[in-house]
Design a protein around this ligand. Structure first.
Ligand SMILES: CC(C)(COP(=O)(O)OP(=O)(O)OC[C@H]1O[C@@H](n2cnc3c(N)ncnc32)[C@H](O)[C@@H]1OP(=O)(O)O)[C@@H](O)C(=O)NCCC(=O)NCCS
Length: 440
């Protein structure tokens, strides 16, 4: 499990970290990640050098990376230096003809800085990894935003087309692709695009496995969010987000709805946060996905190891009755599990007595790192639904230490004599378990 105990030595923590990371290293090999970050990231060179180091490490481990730097603060500074007022309409920058020079200077300088950082890192890891070079090009064709509400946005544009084959060739060649927020029209005009839109368009067109935004930190954001939760947050949040963060959330919803599996929001100021997000199950930031990250489902053969890992410690302490592995295999169709990103973090079983129209609930376990999140309650509801669907009218269970929990869930104490005769015969008087029942 990812959660390191404070009692572990630094060596044990390292070993545990490596063991946890290996499945993710395999999983990310050959996958396409689009990584977007605002120009603010490059304004903090010391922290950004760590990000660049982690980016090159990711590429060396086989991830195929497309980087999309934004340049908002850099553009703002150049315009101010040139004595030009910044103009916006509906949150979109108006790029007038005379602004093109300062904009291209700002984006160009930032692009060179980024290439320089990446080149230095790549040369330091040269020969040892898969990533070889950085490539930038005319991968995005742009079109003007035009006139909105009578306001001409000038050379502010949006993405018209992405050269998917060109980017795939470059990635296949071991290059890290860098795409700025500037795009050209087919007639050669240059347009100033939103970096978030460029990143989103690239991720969607490439069918990227991940779209990652390095973003400003936001307190109390859950580490996993479904699309409706993100929309809720945008609609109802009391704390106003920065414009940048709002754009990331909006892009995340659109990208997930259009086929990108996962969008990650990672704190750009937190050293190593990118690696923790990508190489641990619980990550460091927020994962947004249209697919449920955690689900309850019937157990399958592949889950046996995970179920054993959950119940074995409790069998040893006598909280649960011992089951042999063979018995578990035979009874597997009675188990349901909570799967979290491929791992079993909870389980429960239902043993039906159809003639008595009841079933025994057993082996309800949630991994300690995930307790008190309502998971046992959800497992219970799931099994109650199953029991109702099977026309059963009650559930019962035997417990030695969890009576209060089940009472809160509507179970009431019952006598041994009221259990199915078959189950009475198996009652272990030494354990002296309490019996609880719930009518459905
Ligand atoms: C019991 C167990 C499944 C609860 O899992 P969970 O995901 O934390 O449960 P939920 O989040 O749905 O509910 C948590 C509530 O149950 C309470 N609870 C947990 N274990 C309890 C126990 N042994 N006695 C009384 N209440 C208990 C918690 O205090 C919490 O209530 P609170 O937030 O009001 O304090 C989990 O603690 C576990 O795996 N325990 C070990 C195995 C076990 O005893 N299984 C039951 C025997 S079949």
């Amino acid at each position: 499990m990812d959660v390191a105990s404070p009692l572990l030595s630094s060596q044990q923590i390292l070993v545990q970290g490596l063991r946890n990371a290996v499945p993710y290293i395999r999983e990310h090999d050959g996958k396409v990640f689009v990584l977007a970050f605002g120009g603010e990231a490059l304004d903090a060179p010391e922290r950004f050098s760590q990000v660049v180091r982690d980016v090159v490490l990711l590429a060396d481990l086989g991830a195929r990376l497309v980087l999309v730097p934004g340049a908002r603060p850099q553009i703002n500074r150049r315009l101010t230096q040139a004595g030009m007022a910044q103009k916006f309409h509906q949150g979109l920058r108006i790029t007038e003809f005379e602004m093109i020079d300062p904009v291209t200077e700002a984006v160009g300088a930032l692009q060179f800085d980024l290439l320089s950082w990446l080149s230095t890192r790549l040369s330091m890891s040269s020969g040892s990894g898969l990533a070889q070079r950085v490539l930038t090009g005319n991968f995005v064709t742009a079109k003007p935003m035009g006139v909105i509400d009578g306001v001409d946005l000038g050379f502010t544009g949006s993405v018209r087309r992405v050269d998917v084959a060109g980017i795939r060739d470059a990635l296949g060649d071991g290059s890290i692709v860098v795409q700025s927020n500037l795009g050209f029209s087919p007639t050669g005009e240059l347009y100033n695009l939103r970096a978030e839109e460029v990143a989103e368009a690239l991720a969607v067109s490439l069918g990227a496995d991940k779209l990652i935004f390095l973003t400003d930190p936001v307190d109390n954001l859950p580490n996993v969010m479904a699309l409706n939760e993100v929309q809720n947050l945008l609609d109802h949040t009391v704390t106003p987000f920065s414009d940048e963060f709002r754009l990331h959330l909006e892009s995340a919803i659109r990208a997930c709805s259009r086929g990108v599996d996962r969008v990650h929001l990672v704190d750009r100021d937190d050293d190593g946060a990118l690696l923790v997000e990508l190489f641990t199950r619980d990550g460091s930031g927020t994962l947004i996905s249209s697919e449920p990250f955690e689900k309850i489902r019937a157990a399958s053969l592949n889950d046996i190891g995970g179920i054993v890992a959950l119940i074995e410690p409790l069998e040893q302490t006598g909280v649960l009755v011992r089951r042999s592995r063979e018995q578990l295999e035979l009874e597997l169709d009675r188990f349901v599990v909570i799967e979290r990103d491929g791992d079993v973090i909870g389980c429960a079983a239902l043993y039906p007595y159809p003639e008595e129209s009841t079933a025994e609930l057993a082996a309800l376990v949630v991994h300690p790192a995930y307790q008190r999140g309502g998971r046992a309650g959800r497992l219970l509801s799931f099994l109650e639904l199953r029991a109702r669907a099977a026309q059963l009218s009650s559930l019962f269970l035997l417990s030695t230490q969890t009576m209060a929990f089940f009472k809160e869930k509507g179970f009431v104490e019952e006598s041994l004599a009221r259990l199915p005769a078959e189950r009475q015969a198996l009652y272990n008087f030494k354990r002296n378990s309490k019996i609880f029942k719930k009518c459905l």
